[in-house]
Design a binder for this molecule. Structure first.
Ligand code: SF4
Ligand code: SF4
Length: 163
């Protein structure tokens, strides 16, 4: 995994144009079975990729925190939401709450998430490869393939199997 993570930014860069062109075609004419096919590719790929040997998403980027996330997580820490915000979060250019720094402060040395049960919705759903109408988030996926080995593999498999 370590080797692949090192190579991933360059691989994603090399494939960026073909991924972009592929998503452009997919958006124009998404196949009827896309949701089902994506679910299978997602499940199959996460059987092969072990997030605990990776944690690259938690190390390099962070999730958005919704108000519900903030309420739930601060309750977990028995902190006031305002104190939780001051301690861990900042507001980004889109006016969303994001982490003040990366790696995520809730990532353990063993790559386990210390707040797994109450983690932000965005973490639970990352890299969103099993969401419905996947073609609608191509801009996000083109970014995610730069950091997530599973997302990269899924897009590569899509290009071969979903025309
Ligand atoms: S979701 Fe992707 S980037 Fe995050 S740990 Fe799993 S494989 Fe790595
Ligand atoms: S909250 Fe947990 S899953 Fe989300 S980025 Fe931090 S360590 Fe990773």
């Amino acid at each position: 995994m370590e080797e692949f993570l090192k190579e991933l930014p360059q691989l994603a860069k090399d494939k960026h144009k073909s991924h972009k062109d592929y998503f452009k075609r997919l958006k124009k004419k998404p196949p009827k079975h896309l949701d089902q096919a994506m679910q299978s590719l997602h499940d199959e790929t996460f059987e092969e990729v072990d997030c605990l040997t990776c944690a690259n998403c938690c190390k390099t980027t962070g999730p958005l925190f919704t108000n519900k996330d903030i309420e739930r997580i601060s309750k977990h820490f028995r902190m006031k939401p305002s104190v939780f915000i001051d301690t861990y979060l900042k507001i980004d250019e889109d006016k969303d709450y994001v982490l003040q720094s990366a790696p995520c402060p809730f990532l353990g040395d063993d790559n386990y998430c210390l707040i797994y049960k109450v983690r932000p919705k965005a973490c639970a759903e990352f890299p969103h490869t099993d969401r419905k109408k996947f073609q609608q988030i191509s801009h996000l996926t083109l970014k995610n393939v730069e950091i997530c080995p599973a997302a990269f593999k899924i897009v590569e498999k899509m290009m071969l199997s979903i025309k």
